[in-house]
Design a protein around this ligand. Structure first.
Ligand SMILES: CC(C)(COP(=O)(O)OP(=O)(O)OC[C@H]1O[C@@H](n2cnc3c(N)ncnc32)[C@H](O)[C@@H]1OP(=O)(O)O)[C@@H](O)C(=O)NCCC(=O)NCCS
Length: 173
């Protein structure tokens, strides 16, 4: 496996996925404001300071033990940030756990689906073989729809946080 995999610029029909950097923190603080975004994923809106620290860590691109590759992209539309997509990838295996968040003002226009599709296509090209998963609260219908568009199916298994794992293949018993 390629332990040096790094997020690269990805262009979709409507958006640019920019590899996340600390410089995105100020603008993303506005995108991630409000409480509705956190209804199913937990947490609260981050301050600019917290987000800058988070982005500094994420931009390193790997977990401290080197087992995970952290790939994060800011979704940009006509020069402004509207959300992010991320993949936590096993450095020595096929597992890629995905997540997506789109700011409230920009939802319902297919942004998460378009960005996540592009991320998955990039991953399949750069880091094969890829086994995609996502953890989604059972009542999070918007996120479930995104996962379904990626070809994922719900496993029926809830984790300790009450989230259901979605997979792109039937897990081995
Ligand atoms: C989940 C999320 C990223 C979807 O973003 P989005 O850009 O609006 O998604 P899309 O426009 O690609 O829509 C995906 C599907 O969700 C549906 N959808 C969008 N908003 C919805 C809502 N509030 N309620 C129900 N369905 C909704 C859309 O109709 C679409 O389904 P369809 O393609 O079958 O018609 C966004 O709602 C969000 O950021 N939520 C908070 C964070 C979160 O829960 N992230 C997921 C972590 S697993």
């Amino acid at each position: 496996m390629n332990g040096t995999l790094r997020a690269a610029l990805i262009a979709t029909e409507r958006f640019t996925l920019e590899p996340l950097g600390v410089h995105h923190a100020a603008e993303m603080t506005e995108v991630l404001a409000g409480s509705a975004l956190y209804k199913y994923i937990g947490g609260t809106a981050p301050t600019a300071q917290i987000l800058a620290a988070r982005y500094a860590a994420q931009a390193l691109g790997t977990s401290p033990d080197g087992r995970e590759i952290w790939l994060n992209w800011i979704i940009r539309e006509q020069g402004r940030s509207i959300g992010f997509v991320q993949a936590t990838v096993e450095a020595d295996g096929p597992a890629s756990d995905l997540a997506w968040v789109v700011g409230e003002a920009f939802q319902g226009r297919g942004a998460a689906t378009e960005a996540a599709r592009a991320m998955v296509a990039w991953l399949r090209l750069q880091h094969p073989p890829v086994r995609i998963t996502a953890s989604i609260h059972p009542e999070n219908t918007a996120s479930s729809a995104v996962a379904r568009h990626l070809g994922l199916t719900p496993s029926g298994h809830l984790d300790a946080d009450g989230e259901e794992q979605w997979n792109d293949s039937t897990p081995t018993p």
